[in-house]
Structure formats: C-alpha cells, structure tokens
Write a protein that binds this ligand. Sequence first.
Ligand SMILES: Nc1ncnc2c1ncn2[C@@H]1O[C@H](COP(=O)(O)OP(=O)(O)OP(=O)(O)O)[C@@H](O)[C@H]1O
Ligand SMILES: [Mg+2]
Length: 246
Amino acid sequence: MAEIKVEGLSKEFGVGEDRVVALENVNLDVGGHVFVSVVGPSGCGKSTLLNILSGIETPSSGKVTITQDNHDAEPGYVFQAARLLPWRTVMDNLLFVQKDRSDATRARCQKYLEMVQLGDKVDKYPGELSGGMQQRVGIARAFSIEPDVLFMDEPFSHLDAITARSLRRELHDMWSQTKKTVLFVTHDVGEAVELSNRILVFAKGGKLEDDLQIDLPFPRDPAEEDVAVAKAQVLRKFEELDLIAS
Ligand SMILES: Nc1ncnc2c1ncn2[C@@H]1O[C@H](COP(=O)(O)OP(=O)(O)OP(=O)(O)O)[C@@H](O)[C@H]1O
Ligand SMILES: [Mg+2]
C-alpha cells in the first residue's frame, strides 16, 4: 500500500516575461488501492505534477511525501513517449531497471511482456518495433518492477483504439488484482471515467479545480448507461469550469 501527500505544491518555469506557472498551490492526498485520473486541458501542469511526484522535477515550493509499504520499491513511471534505450533489446530494456538479473527476475519480465502481447519480441531492438509496440514495452517495464505506486502520463494516447482498449483492460485487471495506487494522466474524459475511482480536474495555471468520486462498479463498459451518464457529468463539470474553451 502507498500514500501520496502533496502540500502547497507550486512549480514555476522561467523568469520575467518567460515565467510560466505550471502548478499553483496544489494540495492532495491519495492513498491505498485507488485509481486516480488527472485530467485537464493541455498545458495545465499534468505532466509537471507527475514529474515532480516521480522526482524528475523539483518543486518551486511545497512538499511531496510518498510512503510505501515496500520501502525498496521505487514508483513506476510510464511516460507520454516510450523512452526506451535504443541500443538494448526489449528484454534488456526491462532488465536495466531491475535490481538483479536472476532467472526469477527474467521470468517476471517475460510475464509482463506477455501481458502486453510482446512475449515473442524479447530479442528485438526498439527500432524494429512499431510506436505502439514500443509504448507497450514501456508499460511492461513499469509493471515489471511491481511498484506500489504507478505514475502514468497519457500512456495510451499514441496507440490505435483497439490496442488502447485492450491495454486499458490489462491495466485495470492488474490494478484490481494488486494493491497498487495508480495516478493516470489523460486528456480523455471517457477513459478517465472508465478507469478511475477518483478524477482530479486541473485548469490552466496549474490549479486543482475539482476532485470527483466515481462510485460505479468495475469493469465499466463505456456503452453502459451509468458510465455514459458519469462521463456526461464530468464533461458538464468541464463546461462549468470553462475548461473546454480554454
Ligand atoms: N521544462 C520546462 N521548461 C519551461 N516550461 C515548462 C517546462 N515543462 C513544462 N513547462 C510549461 O509548464 C506548463 C505545464 O506543462 P505540462 O507539460 O505539465 O502540461 P500538461 O498538462 O502535461 O500538457 P499536455 O496535456 O499538453 O501534455 C506549460 O505551460 C509548459 O509550457
Ligand atoms: Mg503532458
């Protein structure tokens, strides 16, 4: 189990005329077995939030605390682009982030590559794979370290609709079977409603505008009326907050 606590978090880039406020005074408490989506218009600080949580960026002010039962595990991170090492094979890209290269570790990596339908591509190099396949390697790599916390930044946005749908299911099955905390950035309100217990709505200027609970049972079929109604409610919220126009 894990808990993420964000207190008074702000982030600015640049100075003078170039100054951009990416996040402004964000307060957040996310803990336990929850699937949290972060939604909002382009440039509202979603990636910056994940980058700070995962230690890639430092805050300008405020504090982030992540506590995990498994103290050895680093949070897993799936980027907007796959970011694989091109000179390493698929299997070596996964092994690179592991603590050891034992047979058990290798078998675990193989298991997650099979989960994303790439069990037969372990010896390929990233350049030999399609963009969607590379993205799936990135997802398997994050899963393979079996972290308590998984940060995902629009992991399915570059994939075709069918692949994205099957990976959404895989991700959700995995989340249901484990006690992971997932923080998932997406532009897609439908995807957020399908996957999450909780949706954090950000607005331009990096403000956390709303924190919505979606209390519907999983798995959620977008064609089901309850799910469609929830999606319409979230979109209405976007309109109220004037996020669609911005
Ligand atoms: N390294 C950086 N240097 C300067 N400005 C940055 C940097 N990273 C982000 N920004 C700015 O901070 C703001 C928030 O960017 P961020 O990438 O977090 O947005 P986002 O919500 O993830 O957008 P998108 O949905 O397009 O991915 C933007 O105005 C962006 O231009
Ligand atoms: Mg982003």
